[in-house]
Write a protein that binds this ligand. Structure first.
Ligand code: GLC
Length: 646
């Protein structure tokens, strides 16, 4: 609610007063007990960048009031909090949720928006910069014109650590161009069940691969961007066990979709679960990752957001994590009890910063009350703030809080897109080839399927919008069909009809099938829902009768069931979710680049026999048509032993 405010106050002052009053943390009339904080000397030690980080942390912490400390622990969403709120409540962080950004959606608008928050933050007594967070999970894909990389599952198929590092570097530069230095990425779930709507965001089912590739990516994200730049802060998420929940254990329902796995419950012997899910976190912490996001999911029935044994006992004490834990989107409010009880439980369990997009004022109020009552110890507040300040000092945010507009010239440029095109080619995974590939230039090619010419479909979720988009209106890039035309060149006759009912005949047909975009549990599917739909089977049948050789290309963030069509096609290529640079697929289809992709997850043979990755190995192997690690080159040579020696 916004009051009219008195006509003689400036608008900003009115906002300050309203925001403060809303928070119940009045700045206008201080309670008698709260002493007026001392003015900050210009030569305060924390302001001296030559001082050691820990010395700066302790100097600043000692100067902070409780309100300033709790403000640092509070993250609001940009659509809910104005710069004036940042000043009034001394907020430590602001985020963009999926699809939440300025209009027009272009780099300069983002830079201006975030610099306004920084101006508001540095106008506070202590001048602590805000840290602005976003999901730049396959490139800085919230911004129109950004380079959109393949989703992580495809990068896992590529299995190239040097490429991961370069993708991290490009992502960091496009983020810095907009003034954003905190990436809620990488997700280091070890995916046990491809029915999970977040399998596409993961680096697959093998913990060692997840750790190796995520570490390389974080190395790129944290690489120096420019002499006058802050460093990106990566986030290891979602701690812990988000990729191993039991089918049907989720209580969440969003957009009318009952989640079945996402935000569910990981069940089993705790040490055995830790042995599977903890290694990627250790790897990322050892690589210097400064933030960890708590998982919505539970661990043997205990919500991670309130789990002291895991957030503090395992993450902070056993692994020695010195960064800070951020809660997930209103994840605190999924805990039992009143909001004050939820906040108390989460902060005492080890959450250091609360992602409370709308409820940030209430959060400040109830946490202040909890500290004043002693239900949240002052020492816990100081520990949380110490961790947050440590991250902000270490990444150079105090010295370089603003957007690097000089990088906007390269934003989404050819050099960045070349890295993405390389990633598309390296992620493509060849699973069957009976003389259909490589394509020959100068021949005739028929193309079909709704995934052939749709940038939104080939990018997947977390692209411009939380749930992704359809069509070619906003994403800047090259569709898979356009790529085939470009790489095939003038001598290759390419014809496209979505249903495959083209006139005449062609040497080769390519049918694109897959899954339209989704994100999180909205993408939870039962195994039989991963079969091709009627229209896709119809397009394959239509094409079969019109071409000599038929290639099936799957555009999805996880395996699809092909048992009904595998004998109808001469080749199968898994393109994953390639993102904006669709020509990268044509590079391997025409043999300009070799197929190198290998499966980061096993591929189920059918719905009937489906087994999760954590099933007993013999049962798991018997359920797969292609095992973890399988892939072939165009000559038919296997690129590595599938994990199941059958
Ligand atoms: C979402 C996701 C998390 C993301 C956060 C902010 O619900 O679970 O991965 O980083 O909210 O968008």
């Amino acid at each position: 609610m916004r009051l009219a405010g008195s006509i003689h106050c400036s608008f900003a002052a009115v906002l300050l007063c309203i925001a403060a009053c809303d928070a119940g943390v009045s700045h206008a009339a201080k309670p008698a007990s709260a002493p007026t904080p001392a003015p900050v000397p210009k030569n305060a030690r924390y302001k001296d960048a030559s001082q050691p980080v820990e010395a700066r942390v302790e100097d600043l912490l000692a100067r902070m009031t409780l309100a300033e400390k709790i403000g640092q622990m509070t993250q609001a969403e940009r659509a809910e909090a104005r710069p004036g709120d940042v000043t009034a409540l001394m907020l430590g962080s602001v985020l963009s949720g999926g699809g939440s950004g300025p209009s027009p959606n272009k780099p300069e608008s983002w830079a201006s928006m975030i610099d306004a928050y920084q101006d508001a933050a540095t106008a506070t007594r202590l001048g602590i910069p805000v840290i602005y967070g976003i999901d730049a999970v396959h490139g800085h894909q919230s911004v129109i014109g950004a380079t959109v990389f393949p989703q992580m599952i495809g990068l896992a198929a590529a299995g190239d650590a040097d490429l991961m590092k370069r993708i991290g570097e490009v992502t960091a530069r496009e983020m810095a161009a907009t003034g954003i230095y905190w990436n809620f990425s990488p997700m280091v779930a070890v995916t046990q069940d491809i029915r999970w709507g977040r399998a596409a965001e993961s680096l697959g089912e093998d913990a060692a691969t997840v750790g190796t590739l995520a570490t390389a990516y974080v190395g790129g994200l944290m690489a120096p961007i420019a002499p006058d730049s802050a460093q990106i802060l990566p986030t290891a998420k979602h701690f812990i066990g988000d990729g191993g929940t039991a089918w049907g254990s989720s209580r969440q329902s969003i957009m009318g979709v009952q989640y079945r796995l996402d935000q569910g419950d990981a069940q089993g012997d705790s040490e055995a679960l830790l042995a599977r899910y903890l290694p990627p976190y250790k790897a990322l912490i050892d690589a210097g990752t400064g933030s960890v996001m708590a998982s919505f999911s539970s661990w043997n029935g205990d919500k991670l957001h309130g789990n002291n044994a895991l957030l503090t006992g395992v993450l902070k004490e056993r692994l020695g994590f010195k960064g800070f834990v951020i809660s997930d989107w209103d994840g605190i409010q999924q805990l039992p009890g009143s909001f004050e009880q939820q906040v108390t439980t989460a902060i005492n369990a080890g959450v250091d910063m609360a992602m409370v997009p709308k409820d940030y004022r209430a959060f400040v109020r109830v946490l202040t009350d909890a500290v004043n009552k002693g239900t949240v110890p002052q020492a816990r507040i100081d520990d949380a703030v110490r961790r947050i300040l440590r991250a902000k000092f270490a990444m150079g945010l105090f010295e370089h809080p603003r957007a690097l507009r000089s990088l906007q010239a390269e934003f989404g440029g050819a050099a960045h897109r070349a890295v993405a095109r390389e990633a598309v080619a390296k992620s493509a995974t060849l699973l069957k080839n009976a003389g259909a590939l490589p394509l020959a230039r100068g021949k005739s090619i028929f193309v079909a399927g709704e995934f052939a010419d749709n940038l939104g479909f080939q990018s997947g979720g977390w692209t411009l919008q939380w749930q992704g988009v359809s069509g070619n209106g906003e994403i800047v890039g090259t569709t898979l069909l356009e790529g085939i035309k470009q790489v095939g060149g003038a001598t290759t006759a390419v014809s496209f009809k979505e249903d495959g009912k083209l006139d005449g005949r062609a040497d080769v047909g390519i049918v694109f099938v897959g899954e339209p975009p989704y994100a999180e549990g909205v993408g939870d599917r039962d195994i039989d829902e991963l079969a091709l739909d009627r229209r896709e089977v119809s397009a394959i049948d239509a094409m079969r009768s019109r071409v000599d050789k038929l290639v099936l290309v799957v555009v999805a963030g996880r395996p699809q069931l092909l048992d009904k069509v595998i004998d109808k096609v001469d080749a199968v290529v898994m393109a994953w979710l390639p993102g904006s640079e669709g020509a990268g697929l044509a590079d391997v289809l025409f043999g300009d680049k070799p197929f190198t992709g290998r499966l980061p997850v096993g591929w189920p043979a059918s719905a009937a026999g489906y087994q999760r990755a954590d099933a007993p190995l013999d049962m798991r192997c018997a359920s797969l048509v292609w095992a973890l690690g399988y892939g072939m080159d165009v000559s038919g040579k296997a690129l590595g032993p599938g994990r199941c020696t059958r």
